[in-house]
Ligand binder design. Structure first.
Ligand SMILES: Cc1cc2nc3c(=O)[nH]c(=O)nc-3n(C[C@H](O)[C@H](O)[C@H](O)COP(=O)(O)O)c2cc1C
Ligand SMILES: C=C(O[C@@H]1CC(C(=O)O)=C[C@@H](OP(=O)(O)O)[C@H]1O)C(=O)O
Length: 388
């Protein structure tokens, strides 16, 4: 199972093609739209999100609300395109520089300069348009389909914000995923701690006022993964490693932690590893879940806990120094609009990116052409390993 996306930030539309989803999976636009809407929200977003209303059109692979087993194609329109029609080149290159809005000033922290050198684009807009996190809408669409598949298999995935600008949320870690998600979705910064929520919102306001930006940490929590998904036998089949790669592939994500994460480096082994127990109704389980649900590149059957670290947004209203590639003169970047904090939205992106990797691993492990057959195999496997 794999997916590809295409589309420029201010181009006509975003396209996602997913291959490998089994047939006979119930799938409706609304399930994808709910995810797209969530990604657009969150305190700290800029003006662009007031222009867009992300809605998916399923253009292939589904009939009468069920998947066909053929590639699924999803399209999301960019409403902002109407303002960018000339600039994005529907007609021949306009003479007027004002209309062309050519970019020769690379923004620190973005793909602009490296991408320009690599692809020979002297108009850095050709880099910016594709490297923009607008593309994450297309990835969320793919992840939303993966979430539908996982849910039918009894696997649920959610996300919330753990930290913004050094303000750390604390909460009762025995809460179920449903409890966590219900609280997060009611919070403007998608966090589980009311006190931290207020401080996080103040920090976003403050950063905005100062023309600065801030980052944070989001956490994805997964219930219902059977044990033994992924593999230890080959490096590229280790599920934790695949998840780490997919998280860092999200724009502005710079790190990943599983369970207690980097804290493991500071503790003794007895305070890190999770003791094993068995009980008739649930089978094998761990008495704690400090390793976040992974051992040996495979799931343990405990909830998965994955953190992603997002750097502050690189576009700052208080501009950073850079160099104009035409004149080689220094300049201070000028800004039209930007998010000041996209951590709450990025949590939704991470949830969907992780969901896709999990669905992919399930598809590799269980027969995946016809969904009812796959479900049967997953149920039989759950029963087998409970008694192992
Ligand atoms: C949901 C989301 C929204 C973002 N919004 C902005 C933005 O408004 N302005 C900006 O400069 N960067 C924004 N970014 C981050 C940039 O896209 C990212 O830093 C850039 O593409 C460079 O990639 P890198 O940080 O992974 O190296 C956003 C990222 C995400 C995940
Ligand atoms: C469009 C989205 O995010 C964009 C991501 C982004 C960037 O540089 O990554 C820059 C901004 O784009 P614009 O310059 O058009 O305002 C954000 O709005 C989105 O999330 O859908």
């Amino acid at each position: 199972m794999r997916y590809l996306t295409a589309g420029e930030s201010h181009g006509k539309q975003l396209t996602t093609i997913i291959e490998g989803i089994p047939s006979h999976l119930p799938l409706l636009n609304d399930q994808i739209n709910e995810s797209l809407l969530r990604r657009q929200g969150g305190y700290g977003r800029g003006r662009r999100m007031q222009i867009e209303k992300d809605l998916v059109e399923i253009t292939a692979g589904v009939r009468h609300g069920y998947t066909l087993g053929s590639p699924i194609s999803l399209v999301i329109n960019n409403d902002d395109f109407k303002h960018w029609r000339n600039i994005m080149g529907e007609s021949p290159i306009p003479e007027d520089e004002e209309v062309r809005r050519t970019i020769s000033r690379p923004r620190p922290g973005h793909a602009d300069l490296n991408g320009g050198m690599k692809y020979g684009h002297r108009d850095l807009r050709n880099v910016l348009e594709r490297s923009s996190a607008r593309e994450t809408a297309a990835r969320v669409a793919a992840g939303a389909v993966a979430k539908v598949l996982l849910k039918e298999l009894g696997i649920t995935v959610g996300a919330y914000v753990r930290e913004i600008a050094g303000i750390v949320s604390s909460f009762d870690e025995s809460m179920s995923l449903k409890e966590r998600v219900d609280i997060a979705e009611a919070s403007p910064v998608r966090t589980l701690d009311k006190k931290a929520e207020k401080e996080m919102m103040e920090a976003i306001d403050q950063a905005k006022k100062e023309g600065d930006s801030i980052g944070g940490v989001v956490e994805v929590y997964v219930e219902g993964m059977p044990p033994g998904v992924g593999s230890y036998v080959q490096y590229d089949r280790k599920l934790d490693s695949r998840i780490a790669g997919s998280v860092v592939s999200i724009n502005a994500f710079k790190g990943v932690e599983f369970g207690i994460g980097f804290e493991a480096a500071r503790r003794n082994g007895s305070e890190v590893h999770d003791e094993i127990a068995w009980e008739e109704s649930q089978g094998y389980y761990r008495k704690t879940n400090r390793l976040g649900g992974f051992e040996g590149g495979m799931t343990t059957g405990m909830p998965l806990i994955v953190k992603g670290v997002m750097k502050p947004i690189p576009t700052l209203y208080k501009p950073l120094q850079s160099v104009d590639i035409e004149t080689k003169e220094p300049f201070a970047a000028s800004i039209e609009r930007s998010d000041s904090c996209a951590v709450p939205a990025a949590g939704v992106v991470m949830e969907h990116v992780v969901a896709f990797e999990l669905a992919r691993a399930m598809m590799e492990q269980f027969p995946g052409d016809y969904f009812p057959r796959m479900k049967q195999a997953v149920d039989a496997y759950r029963e087998e390993v409970r008694r192992f």
